[in-house]
Design a protein around this ligand. Structure first.
Ligand SMILES: [Zn+2]
Ligand SMILES: [Zn+2]
Length: 326
């Protein structure tokens, strides 16, 4: 029996019985209650609260933050809000963010409250959501002519360029913290990595979204063209199959668990179909005849649903923990 669907075509509830939820609902209730109690108890010693108290008592009156009548620190400074963290990460698109570095990532910038301006404002131009400070990332983009291989001068220039950029990256990583206005809380209290990671604490939401994604993909399975590399082994796939009563194709279960959602955008008469990860922003463009990976040089013949994620993506490093929640 297909689950009920909303007008938008997305199920409003999890499609399958989530056994862990039924079995441990009382435990969750108790945990939630404990969390609230703990939070209350820790308020007096919480560093963030201490920090705000200090600001309120000593410094905020003369702060640039206070001079903005529309400013509300509590509307913009929510370091433990995962949805807002993901929205900040989503502001780093392929057109406005061109930094390809393992350390200076959209996640790292977003942890410190920075969003990336739209491309019309220039590339790699960041703004703090709370204090409105601006930070422009500029690296040395000296082009090395690949045709002149075995050229010692080019090798030296390339090495110099890499070393210079490594130093610049280190400097910008410091600036993520230091380039806020004096009292901006992001500078000393960024979003912790644990807020970004897949957590067993919010398993109910994780499984509900997984169920919705499976249904959406199944409704559009004719559009999932491409040779998808099998990521899940037999046992892992069986967990998903049992959970979904063997109603869906392996391909759909693979794509959904690996965090990909199907997107369709129309530009005039042209329709663009792609998979997108909402956790790291990565996109895989699908086509009726072939597929093209955006910003990727991996094998065109096979779509690697795990390898396509950014190295820092929580799904890439944590999709197995979703299986453990089922
Ligand atoms: Zn700031
Ligand atoms: Zn991802």
């Amino acid at each position: 029996m297909p689950p009920s669907r909303t007008r938008s075509g997305v199920s409003s509830t999890a499609p399958y019985s989530i056994k862990p939820m039924l079995n441990i609902s009382k435990t969750i209730e108790r945990l939630t209650s404990n969390k609230k109690r703990l939070s209350d108890e820790k308020l007096s010693t919480n560093k963030t609260i201490e920090f705000f108290s200090e600001i309120k008592n000593k410094r905020l009156r003369s702060s640039p933050l206070k001079e903005n009548p529309n400013f509300s620190i509590y509307n913009t400074y929510c370091p433990y809000d995962k949805a807002r963290l993901l929205r900040r990460i989503h502001s780093y698109g392929v057109l406005n963010w061109t930094i390809d570095d393992d350390r200076l990532t959209p996640l790292e910038c977003a942890r410190y409250g920075w969003i990336c301006f739209p491309a019309v404002n220039g590339k790699n131009h960041l703004r703090c959501v709370t204090c409105n400070s601006s930070l422009i990332i500029k690296l040395n983009e000296q082009a090395i002519d690949d045709d002149d291989d075995d050229n010692d001068d080019n090798d030296r220039e390339e090495k110099f360029s890499e070393e210079l950029n490594a130093k610049l990256i280190s400097s910008y990583l410091d600036k993520l913290s230091t380039d806020h206005t004096e009292n901006c809380p992001w500078s000393i209290n960024p979003t912790p990595y644990s807020t970004y990671a897949i957590s067993s604490y919010d398993y109910q939401e994780v499984l509900t979204k997984l169920g919705e994604t499976i249904q959406e993909l199944n409704s559009n399975k004719d559009k999932l063209k491409g040779n998808f590399k099998k990521i899940l082994n037999f046992e892992e796939l069986k967990i998903l199959k049992d959970w979904t009563n063997n109603e869906y194709e392996d391909k759909i279960l693979n794509i959904a668990l690996l965090g990909w959602k199907l997107k369709i955008q129309e530009f005039g008469t042209k329709k663009i179909i792609f998979l997108q990860c909402n956790t790291c922003n990565r996109r895989i463009l699908l086509d009726d005849n072939h597929h093209i990976e955006i910003s990727s040089d991996i094998d065109k013949e096979e779509i690697d649903l795990c390898g396509e994620h950014k190295q820092w993506c929580a799904i890439k490093n944590g999709y197995k923990s979703i299986l453990a929640l089922i």
